[in-house]
Write a protein that binds this ligand. Sequence first.
Ligand SMILES: NC(=O)c1ccc[n+]([C@@H]2O[C@H](COP(=O)([O-])OP(=O)(O)OC[C@H]3O[C@@H](n4cnc5c(N)ncnc54)[C@H](OP(=O)(O)O)[C@@H]3O)[C@@H](O)[C@H]2O)c1
Length: 292
Amino acid sequence: MNTDEGASALRQAQGAGSKAQGAVSGAQGASGRRFAVITGGSSGIGFEFAKVCAAEGFEVLIVAEQGLEEAAEWLRDGGAVVTALQADLSTFDGNEGVAAAIQQSGRPVDVLALNAGRVVGGPFLETDLERDLALIQLNIGSVVHLAKRLLPAMVDRGEGRVLITSSIAATMPGPHYATYAASKSFLLSFAEAIRYELKDTGVSVTAVLPGPTDTEIFDRAGMHDTRVNLGPKDDPAVVAQDAYKALMAGDDKVVAGSVKNLLQTVAARLAPEQFKAARHAVYTKPDDLKEE
Ligand SMILES: NC(=O)c1ccc[n+]([C@@H]2O[C@H](COP(=O)([O-])OP(=O)(O)OC[C@H]3O[C@@H](n4cnc5c(N)ncnc54)[C@H](OP(=O)(O)O)[C@@H]3O)[C@@H](O)[C@H]2O)c1
């Protein structure tokens, strides 16, 4: 899809009380390419994953709340076929709208990357309840919702690959972003469970576990002054490449990025939970709490 086709595809989605804005091109797709859906495709790891998919010849649908047009234009400038769909995936209607837009297009989904996520930083007693609940709705609710709506067609077709973005934080309690780390544990367990259920269907499920990665996510979470934000981070492009390779290999999970991430997850298998919580807190504790 060129720029004009992309622009024409961006029109108000209709039906199903949709709260998603945009529409997906028709049944065969104008391009005849395989089709990848990427939530959180406007920035960070999701955007890099969209670049990889585009380079591999997929038509790409990116879903996010903001920054979509810049991301879509960047991808189109590189020759990608891309559609952008705006939705708040922390809401029921946002997820229904996205699922409806994809279903109404009749496009078979070849790759479903459920990647959108946020962090809420700070001691649990001080974080805002609404933000914690919105995180759960986005990080967990959106993945469950879109998987529930889109997997049946993939299974009926007997083909497709699902990528779920968890984190190495899934393998250890995460003080000072407790709801975030817990949401990533949910995703790892969920990915492994549905992978098992789908093992004879032709649809594979892969979890990607990045370590600290150089995106805006910690700044957006108010975690500017934490060691996890200020310390070394992986390149999101490398994380996306690792994720893509594991997805195409049909692996159950991949610890993406540096070897340090892998070592941490191996050590996490043996260490007691409170030891891991104490180690993790060193990285997530806000600077003004360092004297605790
Ligand atoms: N960066 C790390 O260190 C790290 C480590 C492990 C795992 N991860 C995981 O990687 C995934 C991507 O994060 P990232 O680091 O690439 O951060 P990011 O650059 O902030 O990207 C987050 C993406 O999610 C989208 N998003 C956030 N809230 C949304 C909402 N309510 N509705 C729709 N889209 C929404 C964002 O779009 P908008 O701009 O529109 O909000 C953006 O496209 C997340 O699941 C995160 O937990 C990140």
